[in-house]
Write a protein that binds this ligand. Sequence first.
Ligand SMILES: [Zn+2]
Length: 180
Amino acid sequence: MTFDERKTFLKDIATSISRWSFTRLFAECIDKNHFDSSRETIVEVQAFEQVVSRFEQYLEIQCKVTHNQCLGLLIHDNNETVSKKHTLLMKEFHKVGTFWTDITQIIETPLFVNSELTSMIQIADLCSYALRRYLENGEEYLFELIFQRADRKDGIAVGVRHFTNQPCPCRICIEHRKPQ
Ligand SMILES: [Zn+2]
């Protein structure tokens, strides 16, 4: 495929995702420029904890709203280092909760799959690519589609956060903030 064909292809997929009203995007975007490498593991663990907590809270709200049991499952791209770490973390979260919430709706430890064979993981990859290109390059053509699916509560995009120690005017930071 030519560069333009690839771009059009990605945009077509992102357009489809933007129309899936049943989907919710949860993401933690870490600005690594602002954290020294010695803190990288801590920052990654906190990012996982954040995403797990937001997904759990989303499921709890869905349970209340629909009066149905809404259970969730985490599915990861397979990576040996990450799989061990996240399995242990998830077991711990099931026992004692995360910093923000008990875990009652996310079942099991994460499943790890081969992303080449699993289209939903490729779709998640496209979402993270879109977020990354927006934050690092200011590229909006995929971001503006994907970001429509960020989980929102009372008009705030609670599902997606940009974690940086600088004041930031990006759309993720603006829409993640509670109105003053
Ligand atoms: Zn930002």
